[in-house]
Design a protein around this ligand. Structure first.
Ligand code: SF4
Ligand code: SF4
Ligand code: SF4
Length: 301
């Protein structure tokens, strides 16, 4: 990974020096070995701090939302999942392709910094730290799907057997069992909204959960308000979730959000597919559930 890090630094220095970009998004090291965090280099002098290692797990495409109203030209490094986030943002008209210089890195899989932190704390020892983070274990697109320059050796998609295993198990339950399962699971949610903040597809300027007049969803952590939050979040993700796993990764109380996301992914694929969100950007082409036509066969709305 050191060789890739050096290549990233060279590209960042070249782009900032020439003025082709005025910000370059990558990662920098935190205080501990397992802390690699998003980093914005604004000059050639900043480039030295850039790192690329096994803990560069944050999806950087989400950071582009901070710049959607600026005219900055932005360079950034993307792994496979990050690159799907960029397609998502382009399809949602959140940023223009012409403002981006995308450095793709074929991703060998990242380690989970939160597991490493728990181990380090000594309070929550994890017996065997998996080779790669949960979100990487079924990764279908480790190679960037959109880029201007590509680094690293092409990686094979990871085995898919476990991808829908939990969804299939829930589908076998009775309606009452399912309700109980989700009641128990979602009652733990503390409504911190970390899942929303980490999500590249959660990009509405005014989120329904922040609106006060009218207040659509109560702010208590009661089971009804929690369920409402998760139902609305899930419906807004249908056909849009790029399966980056960031929401589940950042949840402080381990809510299995990918279970809900994968149910949506499975159904959208079945009813509108074959379809994987965020794998191809074609200007003007809208993905499923993004386009309303008056002759739609469904008269729900
Ligand atoms: S989900 Fe895929 S592309 Fe993203 S960090 Fe994991 S292995 Fe890399
Ligand atoms: S990150 Fe977890 S606890 Fe926080 S709102 Fe999302 S599901 Fe709830
Ligand atoms: S819902 Fe989760 S997995 Fe899907 S795009 Fe958002 S953060 Fe990624």
């Amino acid at each position: 990974m050191k060789a890739i890090e050096n290549q990233i630094k060279e590209i960042a220095a070249r782009l900032l020096q020439s003025g082709e970009v005025n910000i370059f998004l990558a990662w920098e090291k935190g205080d501990y070995e397992y802390q690699s965090k998003p980093y914005f280099a604004r000059s050639v002098d900043d480039v030295d701090k850039i790192v690329f290692d096994q803990y560069c797990i944050h999806n950087l495409s989400n950071s582009l939302l901070k710049f959607r109203d600026s005219s900055d030209k932005i360079g950034l490094v993307v792994k496979g999942c990050d690159s799907r986030g960029i397609v998502r943002l382009l399809q949602d008209n959140q940023i223009e392709r012409s403002r981006l210089y995308i450095v793709g890195v074929a991703c060998p899989g990242m380690k989970d910094p939160l597991l490493a932190m728990k181990n380090h704390s000594g309070l929550f020892k994890v017996e065997t730290e998996p080779e790669v983070a949960a979100k990487c274990q079924t990764c279908r697109y480790p190679n960037p799907v959109i880029y201007d320059e590509l680094l690293g050796d092409q990686q094979a998609p990871r085995p898919q057997e476990a991808r829908y295993a939990q969804v299939d198990a829930i589908e076998q339950m009775t309606a009452d069992e399912r309700y109980k399962f989700f009641e128990d699971t979602l009652s733990k949610c503390i409504r911190c909204y970390a899942c929303r903040q980490a999500c590249v597809a959660c990009n509405c300027r005014l989120c329904i959960f922040d609106e006060m007049r009218p207040q659509w969803v109560g702010r208590e952590t009661s089971i009804s308000d929690n369920m409402m939050y998760h139902l609305v979040r899930a419906s807004h993700m249908a056909g849009r979730c790029i399966e980056c796993g960031e929401c589940e990764r950042v949840c402080p109380v381990n809510i299995p959000l990918m279970l809900i996301n994968r149910k949506l992914i499975k159904d959208v694929d079945k009813f509108f597919g074959p379809y994987d969100a965020g794998i191809k950007y074609e200007e003007g082409v809208k993905p499923p559930l993004s386009l309303y036509q008056e002759n739609d066969p469904d008269n729900f709305i």
